[in-house]
Design a protein around this ligand. Structure first.
Ligand code: ADQ
Length: 460
């Protein structure tokens, strides 16, 4: 197979074979570990000049090439356009769009810089796999520099419906540039349909199931739901089930049942709705008072981006209010922690809990849902309560209890059903979901994408 060159905005440092929080970093690292290759992008620091100094670190079979961003590029490209315009719009929150011309110019400038960095490293046969919404126009800049490599984009987040995509200033230029990729991969069939619809209706492109054609150029599209490595997770969770952190968690619970949620602190994850759903459970079903604890782990992210700070305040207020209302001398209903845990600890927390609660208002996939299922014991598994608006619901609908996170009373009913569910039904549902996770694991995701990128259909 050709050498693989992966480009993502942030290249996370690898310590002891792991990267920090974030679905993309976890997915990319696990995918690269098996094949080896180059991983290029921002090193997370803000320097005086973007792209300089460029450093290279070797980590087993993975070579990481990284550079800083200037303050101006960080403010405009990262904070401004990528996370202040594209992230909210792609999560159907046009109301949170904060557009400024200089941010859009910064977004384009940084995409051009990334194209130059790729040009310096790429060999003619490399497969270039670019990740996420930070780089919608990157292939176009690579082509302008004369790169002939096959270029693929995987979008980790949803693609919004056409009326919402149209709220993004310069949406037509962005979508045209996206079509410079050879392959655009999406998480779900719905995301792909939305991209095709937009290109047909707003750009006048023609489209078939697997391709979009504009001005004679054909761009393939495909659905590649990102997966996890279920055996690795099972193993981690099992191995650490009596770790110091788990013992501490359990001793704090004093044999109470546990509902767990883990997310980056982001408005797309439906955290407020979730707190309200749990509150409704306590309100309407008194037998759970004092008998169930809810642990929410949510490390802050993008604290300097518009909207995130106020969300954090709202969450503190809501959890504080609920706790003030229900706490007893020996029981605190919500334990809300703004911190991250290492992967083995997190997986063993999943295994120690009876319910995994995922309430995204929009989510490309949601790896936490899949990790929760993979971490369970086969004999006595917990139940996944999952939002219909997470991409994972397409695959896990048969085994999870599916909810609409805006419907507080149905969320509390689902929580009750999960907490009361008999072992036989839990095992049945768990088995169903494990079959899907094993079939569509992270390796399958990587191989399907790279094979489609490397082998265009005849004539493509
Ligand atoms: P995210 O929005 O980051 O990912 P998600 O898919 O849930 O969301 O991935 C988060 C990852 O970070 C998981 O692997 C989780 O275990 C880890 N994590 C979260 N909180 C943590 C904590 N407190 N401590 C340690 N680890 C933590 C984006 C898209 C998703 C898509 C992924 C992958 O928004 O929709 O599923 O990319 O494509």
């Amino acid at each position: 197979m050709a050498r693989i060159l992966i480009v993502s905005n942030r290249v996370a440092p690898i310590t002891e074979g792991q990267v920090s929080t974030g679905g993309l970093a976890v997915g990319v690292l696990d995918a690269l570990k098996k094949t080896g290759g180059i991983w290029m992008g921002w090193n997370g620091s803000v320097g005086s000049k973007s792209g300089d100094p460029c450093s290279q670190d070797e980590n087993g079979n993975i070579s990481q090439i990284t550079w800083p961003l200037s303050q101006r590029d960080y403010d405009t490209f990262y904070r401004g356009f990528a996370n202040g315009v594209l992230w909210p719009a792609f999560h159907f929150r046009s109301d949170l769009i904060h557009f400024r011309d200089e941010d859009y110019e910064g977004y384009r400038r940084v995409n051009r810089l990334f194209a130059e960095q790729i040009q310096r490293v790429a060999k003619p046969d490399d497969l270039i796999w670019i990740h996420d919404y930070h780089f919608l126009p990157l292939a176009q800049y690579c082509r302008e520099l004369g790169l002939k490599n096959r270029l693929g984009l995987f979008l980790h987040i949803p693609f919004p419906s056409p009326p919402i995509f149209r709220t993004i200033p310069n949406n037509d230029a962005l979508a045209r540039d996206m079509l410079a990729y050879d392959l655009v991969g999406l998480q779900t069939a719905g995301d792909r349909r939305a991209l095709h619809d937009y290109c047909e209706r707003c750009l006048g492109a023609s489209s078939t199931d697997g391709a979009i054609t504009l001005d004679g150029k054909v761009t393939r599209t495909g659905v590649y739901p990102i997966g996890v490595c279920p055996e690795d997770i099972q193993h981690l969770a099992q191995e650490h089930k009596n770790s110091r952190e788990v013992v501490k968690l359990k001793s704090g619970l004093q044999h109470r049942r546990l509902i767990i949620s883990v997310d980056r602190l982001d408005y797309s994850k439906g955290l407020i709705e979730r707190f309200r759903g749990f509150e409704r459970l306590l309100d309407t079903r008194p037998r759970f008072r004092g008998a169930v604890s809810f642990v929410q782990i949510a490390p802050p992210s993008r604290t300097d981006v518009h909207g995130y700070r106020s969300l954090r305040q709202m969450l503190e207020q809501t959890s504080g209010r609920i706790n003030a209302r229900w706490t007893e001398l020996s029981w605190t209903p919500i334990r809300y922690m703004n911190r991250s845990f290492d992967r083995p600890t997190l997986m063993s927390f999943f295994r120690a809990s009876q319910v995994g609660l995922v309430t995204s208002l929009r989510d490309g996939m949601n790896l936490v849902a899949k990790e929760y299922v993979a971490a369970q014991s086969e004999d006595d598994p917990g139940v996944l309560v999952l939002s219909e608006f997470a991409g994972a619901a397409d695959e896990l609908a048969e085994g999870a209890l599916i909810i609409n996170p805006h419907d507080t009373s149905s969320m509390s009913k689902a929580l009750q059903a999960a907490l009361d569910m008999h072992a036989a039904e839990r095992r049945q549902r768990h088995q169903t979901m494990m079959q899907v996770l094993k079939k569509n694991d992270l390796i399958a995701w990587r191989e399907r994408f790279l094979s489609d990128l490397e082998n265009p259909p005849s004539g493509g």
